[in-house]
Design a protein around this ligand. Structure first.
Ligand code: BES
Ligand code: ZN
Length: 878
């Protein structure tokens, strides 16, 4: 079934016919009938347009006046999704509109809705139109003043964007009010309001120019202590943006609110960030080290949007990567500076390869800057975010540290207060540095992951090393042929003792500062003065988001794993080795054959794991084999998830057998005798201990299992406890059953912690799991309306349990489709996100592929799907 709604196209962009300079909002909050009055200062922006069309979404008009006069019935037309005012003046005018909305039935969590007993808003991308009729598009920038009135008892806290201006009781009533004013012009998607009975922690920050800023984090009463880490992360983010980018905060107050019902991770509303509570609340008893790192990263991300997104925003939603890709890049850099740069890089590349690469290789592939969409909510994708961040990183690689900073400075200077495009962004770098970025622009318009094939040959007589490089980008939906792109390849020619060999000259491509600039479909770079046969170490630090194929022998890979000066490529060598083994092993399983164990590889992993000179967090990454989904992606077609799982289990058993003893010694040596700390070094030791233990239990070694059970029982922090529990669940070990029951009991009153339990239950690779998931939907802590609960239980099953979601009988697919069909009536956005679990269905073996297709077609046949779900299903089946 085709999409019923008309698409939006980049080529159709037109400046708005009207602009709105100021917005005065007045909210009379009531759970079932909230009155919203808006007074808009409107000004025509193009010639000769008679009618003003404002958009709405499920609105009920109460009244409308123009320049203070009520409009006659024939002078306007109002429906729930638009308000057209006929023949408006050609000079600026004031429009006053009153609507009524019902926050209590707003299950989409867009617009004004309730979370617990509080009121909160989410407007990006198109939620403001669910609050009042407006020009709800990002290129309409206005100064907002917001008055909120509510019952004092119900909502003692009243928050909106900007600075607080006035507040007080409403005499003779049990109500009160607050007025907030935001002097910075902003698009409507950055509007926010929060009201309720909330706990708070406060702090202060002095900006680099000496301005004093009040900081507040609001949360559910009783959870205040769990906000301390987020506050600390906020202050570090504010300082970092000053030193790294020269960007200072601009209001008198910065407020974060943690809410428990939220479709996304968090939202950068001006001066009033609203967060999913899982990205705010963290203490050692309830949060893992990964949770702490996520809180730090998300707090930073939303804060950094204040400049990249808010002060400079997007002209239209096609430019989403302008703010998201750039801000992801900035938060990644921040986290790298706070922790270990190579370890952060490895983690980010893992995410990119696990989320973006399959997107780029499947039916949902789209350019980082799309040119058409049916539903903008579905374009908050790994491609826009993660690949968008990689493009900014490549820009920095190409321009160098100084050139990049000059370009950013010019961008901030030139476009402060504007709504701009990718072209504006690139022009700033071009104008600041003189570097031609015309070819580089293709990264924004061409979808698909380029493949780079490298072949090296050494001439010992001439002392030359030739590297032939080819690039090719496979066809993607709507794009059959592609042009060669500008791919910056950071590299080294590693000599026999592990040091990079020098070369006197390089021809065939621009080679500068250890970067080869690949710009043509085929290029051969000839290095002269190379003293001996090198092993090429290419795409160091993952300098470009491409798939690399290079003819490295197994011993070359082990050599790089042991000696490369680039830690990222040491990890990459281990991954490449493992994935080659696992793909071959899976093939052998399918054919019923056996494959020998590669002992040198396992020994090398053991050696690196023990290498005290390397940081533990890095060693933990080395020990983590590619996951089942990674192997499936590498195989690419005719995928049999059961064969993959058996192959991976077999390699793990060999590893446990061969180096389990060494890992046990390592594990024991990592047991901390000092007090718990969240710092990156301590977290790294815990990660390494968990990674070692995870391998040690693979062959069901009794002593290892005892260690895991003891680690669970004796844990004094969530990383150790959950680490042990997930080892038991994933193995899976029988010991998991009492431990999972204990965990449930221990945290029965803590929904965020129980989410970890739901997620683990759903990811047990055993045939009974689907029934278990069904049963857990009846658990008192589960809620079919809370996105965190849904993602924990249903999302983990669909995206974190390869064998059980992809059951050969199709029951996993049918279960998910049935659930989503129901969820779609309440929350289309969350539905569409969960549907993405099907994105690689065409790569499955025939039986599963047919069952997945049948399930998708069943959903496609549903008449009243949301545009969100309809768009994804249509593209997935196209
Ligand atoms: N602007 C987004 C939040 C958003 C996304 C609102 C989609 C509406 C629709 C925010 O800045 C964001 O990107 N949040 C991420 C987390 C971030 C750390 C990448 C999220 O919510 O997943
Ligand atoms: Zn963002």
């Amino acid at each position: 079934m085709a999409s019923e709604t008309a698409p939006v196209r980049l080529v159709d962009y037109r400046v708005p016919d009207f602009l709105i300079d100021t917005v005065e909002l007045d909210f009379h909050l009531d759970p079932k009938a909230t009155q919203v009055k808006s007074r808009l200062a409107v000004r025509p922006n193009t010639e000769g347009v008679a009618d003003l069309t404002l958009v709405g979404d499920e609105l009920k008009l109460v009244s409308v006046t123009l320049d203070g006069k009520p409009l006659e019935a024939g002078a306007y037309n109002a429906t729930s999704d638009s308000l057209v005012i006929r023949n408006v003046p050609s000079a600026p005018f004031t429009l006053e509109v009153e609507v009524e909305i019902d926050p209590s039935t707003n299950t989409k969590l867009m617009g004004l809705y309730r979370t617990g007993a509080a009121y909160c808003t989410q407007c990006e991308a198109e939620g403001f139109r669910r609050i009042t009729y407006f020009l709800d598009r990002p290129d309409v920038l206005a100064v907002y003043t917001t008055r909120i009135e509510a019952l004092k008892a119900e909502a003692p806290v009243l928050l909106a964007n900007g600075n607080p201006q006035q507040s007080g009781d409403i005499p003779g009533t049990d109500r009160h009010f607050a007025i907030w004013h935001d002097p910075f012009p902003k698009p409507s998607y950055l509007f926010a309001l929060v009201a309720g009975d909330l706990g708070v922690i406060t702090d202060r920050f002095t900006t680099m120019s000496g301005r004093d800023v009040e900081l507040r984090i609001y949360c559910e009463h009783g959870k205040e202590e769990r906000c301390a880490y987020a506050m600390n992360a906020l202050k570090r983010s504010m300082r970092w943006d000053e030193t790294a980018f020269g960007r200072e905060y601009d209001l008198d107050i910065f407020v974060i609110v943690a809410v428990s019902d939220f479709n996304m991770g968090a939202m950068e509303n001006k001066g009033l960030n609203v967060f999913n509570d899982k990205y705010v609340l963290a203490d050692p008893d309830t949060a893992t080290d990964t949770d702490f790192a996520n809180v730090e990263g998300v707090i930073a991300h939303e804060y950094f949007h204040n400049w990249t997104g808010n002060r400079i925003t997007c002209r239209d939603w096609f430019q989403l990567c302008l703010k998201e890709g750039l801000t992801v890049f900035r938060d990644q850099e921040f986290s790298s500076d706070m922790r270990s740069r190579p370890v952060k890089r490895i983690a980010d590349v893992r995410t990119l390869q696990a989320r973006q690469f399959p997107e780029d290789a499947g039916p949902l592939a789209h350019p980082v800057r799309p040119e058409i969409y049916y539903e903008i909510n579905n374009f908050y994708t790994a491609t826009v975010y993660e690949k968008g961040a990689e493009i900014v990183r490549m820009l920095k690689t190409i321009l160098g540290e100084d050139g990049f900073r000059k370009g950013m400075d010019l961008y901030f200077d030139r476009h402060d207060g504007q709504a701009v495009t990718i072209e504006d962004f690139l022009s700033a770098f071009h104008d600041a540095t003189g570097v031609d970025l015309a070819q580089f622009h293709l990264w924004y318009s061409q979808s698909g992951t380029p493949e780079v094939v490298a072949r090296g040959s050494y001439d010992p007589k001439q002392k030359t090393y030739s590297l032939s490089l080819k690039q090719n980008c496979p066809p993607t939906p709507g794009q059959t042929t592609k042009k060669p792109m500008h791919i910056p390849l950071r590299f080294g020619l590693v000599g026999p003792n592990g040091d990079d060999l020098s070369f006197s000259d390089a021809t065939g491509a621009r080679v500068e500062d250890n970067v080869i600039h690949l710009t043509e479909a085929e290029q051969t770079v000839v290095f002269s003065g190379v003293s001996s046969l090198p092993v090429p170490s290419l795409i160091r630090g993952f300098s470009a988001p491409v798939r690399l194929s290079v003819d490295l022998s197994p011993s070359d890979l082990l050599f790089l794993l042991r000696t490369d000066s680039d830690p990222f490529n040491r990890w990459q060598a281990a991954q490449t080795f493992a994935i080659r083994d696992l793909v071959a092993r899976t093939g052998a399983k399918v054919r019923g054959e056996a494959l020998d164990t590669n002992e040198p590889f396992i020994d090398a992993l053991g050696e690196v794991a023990e290498a005290d000179a390397l940081e533990p967090a890095f060693r933990a990454q080395i020990l983590q084999l590619p996951g089942e989904a990674d192997i499936a992606r590498e195989i690419g077609r005719n995928v049999d998830p059961d064969a993959i799982a058996r192959a991976r289990a077999e390699l793990r058993i060999s590893m446990a057998g061969r180096i389990g003893g060494r890992l046990a010694v390592l594990f024991d040596s990592l047991q901390s005798k000092t007090a718990f700390s969240t710092d990156a070094a301590s977290a790294g030791r815990r990660a390494l201990a968990n990674a070692a233990l995870d391998l040690m239990v693979a062959n069901r070694d009794r002593a290892a299992i005892e260690r895991v059970v003891a680690r669970y029982r004796n844990a004094d922090n969530m990383t150790d406890r959950l680490g042990a529990l997930s080892i038991m669940a994933h193995a899976p070990l029988d010991e998991r059953l009492p431990a999972l029951a204990d965990f449930e009991e221990r945290y029965r009153n803590d929904p965020l912690v129980l989410d970890k339990w739901f997620a683990l239950e759903a990811s047990v690779p055993a045939p009974e799991t689907l029934d278990r998931v069904r049963a857990l939907m009846e658990h008192p802590a589960f809620s079919p309306s809370n996105p965190n609960r849904i993602r924990a239980l249903i999302g983990s099953f669909a995206s974190g349990n390869q064998t059980q979601f992809n059951r050969a009988d199709g029951a996993g697919y049918d279960f998910l489709i049935d659930f989503l069909r129901d969820l779609d009536r309440r929350n289309p956005q969350t539905t569409a996100r969960l549907l993405i679990s099907f994105r690689s269905w065409r790569a499955l073996e025939t039986g599963r592929r047919n069952r997945a297709e049948a399930a998708l077609k069943r959903l496609d046949a549903v008449g009243n799907l949301s545009t969100d779900a309809r768009d994804i299903v249509a593209r997935m089946l196209a």
